[in-house]
Design a protein. Structure first.
Length: 134
């Protein structure tokens, strides 16, 4: 039960605490369950137990709120991939916006190396591409 309480507490912090970093980047974020008991009842019925220690509760659509149709269990790697796929679409291919992961696949780049370099602050696309070649 403690795990579900921590999930609920973190969701409340993100939605209602203006000093929370995530809160500052998302407008109109909603939380469907006004109380922990309501969230717990829903989670036990629809999410079920945590599949393993590497899993966390996350939103399918990062622009959407904490709602019953938007919460799922995902591994930490899936959460990171989802974040970069949804939040880093400032790449274009043939004049279409695409995700960073799709860009790496098209250009035959090592996605993990590419994202590590981006996190370290490297922004020059030509240099990123050169350093991430497989």
């Amino acid at each position: 039960m403690t795990n579900y309480y921590n999930i609920y507490r973190n969701m409340r912090q993100i939605v209602f605490n203006p000093r929370n970093k995530t809160h500052q980047h998302i407008e109109d974020l909603t939380l469907e369950w006004p109380t922990y008991r309501e969230f717990l009842a829903w989670a036990m019925k629809h999410l079920g137990p945590k599949p393993g220690p590497e899993y966390e509760c996350s939103r399918r659509d990062l622009k959407g709120g904490y709602t019953s149709d938007n919460l799922v269990w995902r591994s930490h790697r899936e959460v990171i991939d989802s974040y970069y796929a949804q939040c880093h679409t400032n790449f274009t291919y043939r004049r279409r916006p695409i995700s960073m992961k799709a860009y790496c696949e098209i250009k035959n780049l090592d996605y993990d190396r590419f994202t590590k370099l981006r996190r370290r602050g490297l922004t020059d696309l030509k240099e990123l591409t050169r350093l991430s070649r497989r």
